[in-house]
Design a protein around this ligand. Structure first.
Ligand code: PMP
Length: 398
């Protein structure tokens, strides 16, 4: 009876599905610790002061189309923010395009991989990872595979397993690496482990694709959080990076990000840029104006930059504080198991180790919404709900 009668229903996104269920719940006790968006100590969404100030300055700014590859100054500032001192003249061998946030940067980058890296080049994604990594590869027609990352026993990094998988992947594979604050586990390699990863990747001629969604959000220090990307750049890799300004600038819905590709020889840059622009033109013509202007305004004004850096410290500091409080509250209730991983992990999430049955108790009985994998977004916790959540965990684990 319809052209569309054969359209099957797609599975609900595991993250956005939980968030939808939360919105529909009418319980006054409900708690949302599913989606990775910052909330302040009162559980409210937060507009950064530096963004608010930039927004005032931008009132009435023109709404004309941007160039296909975005605002040139924004692109420069984005690459500089990520690669910092490691740039050191290498900017000539880099091409940056403004993208629809981190997702858009990944998508454009993966399409570039399909078109211009050898056929069959596989994109390796950590197990587990942000679920959209696999979606993006699949929808872009690029084969993806997993590499070992998380160790459920230690709730830390399975470093040996990761190294083995890097060694066993065919030479010239792409590895998606989380710059810092790994989503969903909160487990990052140490600087020494990064050094070994970079060395082995070099030997194997693998290609790093840095997914940079939380720079400044892990340690509160922009340079420290960028260690891995700068290491790879200094080690002479040809590489990709996808930057998102959703979390560190709180610009979620403004869709603000950048894709940078580094090559060995600047003579290839004009052709690469021309192809990136072709893809963007055919997909959405040109990127949105507002978010990139906000980031540009903050990053090109030392006072606003300082305000931003201070706010990053406040946000990441609050999350660290919440980690400690949650762990203490759980330990205080003598919940079986070890819980130090909550403070050892870093970034917006903790991978609690709660199993799907225990998560279901939290959701059904306590109206506490988290991912079935046991991932908790710590930003949703505050002094008003930590004890309630700890009570619920104690009940679910008992
Ligand atoms: N990569 C990772 C690991 C993420 O956690 C996110 C945000 N959830 C993104 C990329 C991209 O998000 P956005 O498109 O909002 O920048």
């Amino acid at each position: 009876d319809s052209l569309f009668s054969g359209v099957p229903t797609a599975p609900v996104d595991p993250i956005l599905g939980v968030s939808m269920a939360y919105k529909q719940d009418t319980s006054p006790q409900k708690v949302d610790i599913s989606v990775g968006a910052y909330r302040d100590g009162d559980g409210k969404p937060y507009v950064l002061k530096c963004v608010f100030e930039a927004e005032k300055r931008l009132l009435g700014a023109p709404k004309e189309y941007l160039p296909i590859d975005g605002i040139p100054e924004f692109n420069k500032l984005s690459a500089k923010l990520l690669y910092g001192d490691a740039m050191n003249g290498k900017e000539k061998r880099m091409v940056t395009v403004q993208t629809l946030s981190g997702t858009g940067a990944l998508r454009i980058g993966v399409i570039f991989i399909r078109k211009y890296l050898p056929a069959g080049t596989t994109v390796y994604i950590s197990r587990p990872s942000w679920a959209n990594h696999h979606n993006i590869c699949k929808e872009s027609g690029v084969p993806s595979a997993e590499y070992t990352y998380y160790d459920p026993q230690t709730k830390g990094l399975n470093f040996q397993g990761m190294m083995n998988d890097i060694k066993n992947a065919p030479s010239g594979s792409v590895f998606v690496l989380h710059l810092c604050a790994h989503n969903p586990t909160g487990v990052d390699p140490t600087p020494e482990q990064w050094n070994q990863i970079a060395q082995l990747m070099k030997e194997k001629r693998h290609i790093p694709f840095m997914d940079c969604a939380y720079q400044g959000y892990a340690s509160g220090d922009l340079d420290r959080d960028a260690y891995s990307a700068r290491l790879f750049l200094n080690s002479g890799f040809e590489m990709f990076s996808a930057q998102s300004f959703s979390k560190n600038f709180g610009l979620y819905g403004e869709r603000t990000g950048a894709l940078t590709i580094v090559t060995h020889n600047e003579k290839y840059i004009p052709a690469m840029l021309s192809q990136l622009k072709m893809d963007i033109r055919a997909m959405y013509s040109s990127p949105p104006t507002h978010g990139a202007r906000l980031v540009q305004t903050v990053l090109s004004d030392p006072q606003l930059t300082k305000l931003w850096v201070d706010e990053l410290k406040v946000m990441s500091g609050r999350i660290k504080d919440v980690r400690k409080k949650l762990m203490d509250a759980i330990v205080q209730r003598k919940v079986p198991g070890t819980w130090n991983h909550i403070v050892d992990q870093i970034g917006m999430f903790t991978y609690t180790g709660l199993n799907p049955q225990q998560v279901e108790i939290l959701v059904k009985k306590y109206h506490i919404y988290l991912l079935a994998s046991g991932r908790v977004s710590l930003a949703g916790l505050n002094d008003n709900n930590i004890n309630y959540v700890a009570d619920a965990i104690a009940d679910a684990v008992a």
